[in-house]
Design a protein. Structure first.
Length: 325
């Protein structure tokens, strides 16, 4: 295999495979050259590793069938174990191109490719894969949490999939650091979960400059429905007195509403609008969120009453037919 010099790639932090699978010769060449540019002292070792492929690769078994009698915590543990078994991608080439503006159904197709190829992934790929694996966990409300941090002159981006079940918050994902990925369902407030991430960033010498929280990700998306990655944006670095906590917790009330019925989910999504771009006032958005929560309380009541009536009818029918309840 010929390794050609690509000067333009030296300025990039990582490469993205846009040629699909199987990987073409040009993708392999760019990947090897990028590794050599990053580690010029290890050029010979990189070339030796390129010619040394094991005959049998381990294939992690995905948790496709999560048992109904399993607890939500066990399901999240199984999903996180699978993400960790794929391992973090340190190569410098991202194997899957993730267009964040694409519909959710298109992203789920990419997740199926990740399961088939079983290659190392990064944080964004792990979030897409977790969205796909939790699509049948209807008791979960899912949302993405994105972090922008700095360390010296370097800037870093990270994202995890936040989850909420019965008022408890947690997260799943993948990272170089073990304390920046999986968080069990033990946090009573979303602000407590975010503060845990901020403490971990501080321990690693990073300063978080921006946090984005998406809107709720539906379990049954419409044909062209996309993820609103910027449902709420705030800058913790400009709020040293933690005045963002009340806004985040009020915004999180939307996630505490159970996503058991599609009309309920559609109604919530129709009222949640993204925060304007940088420079927007948090107080303005806080007023908007208050209005959303107040407006959502009254129209949701018919859906809850209908769900209760439907459940009562099914229970009565099973009792009359001598079926187990």
């Amino acid at each position: 295999m010929e390794v050609s010099s690509i000067p333009g790639d030296k300025k990039r932090r990582f490469l993205v495979n846009s040629g699909g699978f199987p990987l073409g010769q040009s993708t392999w060449a760019r990947m090897l050259q990028f590794c050599i540019d990053c580690y010029p002292n290890l050029e010979q070792k990189v070339l030796d590793l390129a010619l040394c492929f094991p005959m049998k690769q381990p294939y992690p078994k995905p948790p496709r069938k999560l048992l109904c009698n399993e607890s939500t915590a066990d399901k999240l543990d199984a999903i996180q174990s699978y993400l960790s078994s794929l391992e973090y991608n340190f190569i410098g080439t991202q194997f899957y191109a993730i267009p964040k503006s694409k519909p959710i159904r298109r992203l789920e197709v990419i997740a199926q490719t990740m399961i088939k190829e079983a290659l190392p992934i990064k944080c964004l790929e792990a979030v897409i894969l977790a969205i796909y694996l939790t699509r049948k966990c209807v008791e979960l409300q899912r949302f993405a949490i994105s972090f922008k941090s700095t360390q010296g002159e370097n800037r870093y981006s990270h994202v995890v999939l936040g989850v909420c079940c019965r008022g408890r918050f947690g997260a799943v994902g993948l990272s170089r650091r073990s304390d920046l990925m999986f968080k069990p369902l033990k946090y009573n407030k979303l602000s407590e979960l975010i503060n845990d991430f901020l403490s971990a960033y501080s321990d690693h010498g990073h300063k978080v400059v921006k946090i984005n929280i998406s809107t709720a990700i539906p379990h049954t998306p419409q044909f062209l429905e996309t993820i609103n990655w910027k449902g709420l944006t705030f800058l913790p670095i400009t709020r040293p007195d933690n005045r963002w906590i009340s806004t985040v917790d009020e915004y999180a009330q939307i996630f505490c509403i159970s996503p058991l019925t599609l009309p309920c989910n559609s109604f919530i999504r129709s009222y949640v609008t993204p925060l304007p771009k940088q420079g927007a006032s948090l107080s303005t958005f806080q007023n908007n969120v208050s209005a959303v929560v107040k407006r959502s309380q009254s129209p949701l009541r018919p859906y809850w009453n209908a769900a209760r009536r439907e459940g009562a009818k099914k229970t009565l029918k099973r009792f009359q037919n001598n079926l187990p309840i």
